[in-house]
Ligand binder design. Structure first.
Ligand code: SF4
Length: 92
């Protein structure tokens, strides 16, 4: 249902005909770590995350997994080596 509390017009899971059912009755504003994220949007009521009602909770246990301004560390692909074939190659 579309929010009519703080993120006006944003489709939200917590919005019901009785109003916002999120803890406290409305979303919490973004925090410092959200600066630069594309999901942090300005609304007439303040700056809110369009993905989460409580951005501080997303950052409490580490980096936000939905943040668009943080690059995930590159994973180095481990090259699998068959030890048997490697020993044959070495003996040639
Ligand atoms: S997606 Fe994460 S980093 Fe981006 S605004 Fe929302 S809580 Fe903040």
């Amino acid at each position: 249902m579309l929010c009519t509390v703080v993120k006006t017009g944003v489709d939200c899971f917590f919005m019901t005909k009785k109003g916002c059912e999120y803890n406290g009755g409305k979303c919490k504003t973004v925090i410092e770590q959200c600066e630069g994220c594309q999901k942090a949007n300005d609304f007439p009521t303040g700056k809110y995350c369009i993905a989460f009602p409580d951005p501080a909770a997303k950052w409490r246990t580490g980096k936000c997994n939905m943040a668009t301004h943080i690059k995930a560390p590159e994973k180095k692909e481990a090259v699998k080596v068959n030890p048997l074939k490697a020993s044959k190659r070495g003996s040639r």
